[in-house]
Design a protein around this ligand. Structure first.
Ligand code: CU
Length: 103
């Protein structure tokens, strides 16, 4: 029974260690939908969009950055500033996503 008590605290310590590192967060693009549509991230994390469609998409912030997503390919963005970013696809403007970046 004693080991049952120990395990949760070990897992907790591991989770904290992982959270402190920069992460790559994957967003799938499939049938003109970003999944997940809303992402919480922090400065230093990277977003990787994986385009499963046979169409070119983008992740575009009006007046800001744009990531090109060729058909069946992926694209990446390093998050360098905090804020909340609503993005769309340049070619299919009804595709919508949001990234919230914490400092
Ligand atoms: Cu598109």
């Amino acid at each position: 029974m004693r080991s049952m008590v120990f395990f949760p605290s070990l897992l907790g310590a591991a989770a904290i260690a992982v959270a402190a590192q920069a992460e790559t967060i994957q967003v799938t693009v499939d049938r003109l939908v970003y999944t997940p549509a809303e992402v919480d991230a922090k400065v230093g994390d990277e977003i990787e969009w994986i385009n499963k469609d046979g169409l070119v998409h983008t992740a575009t912030v009006k007046g800001g950055w744009e990531v090109n997503l060729p058909a069946k390919k992926s694209g990446r963005l390093l998050l360098q500033e905090p804020g909340s970013f609503d993005y769309i696809c340049r070619y299919h403007p009804n595709m919508k996503g949001r990234i919230t970046v914490r400092p």
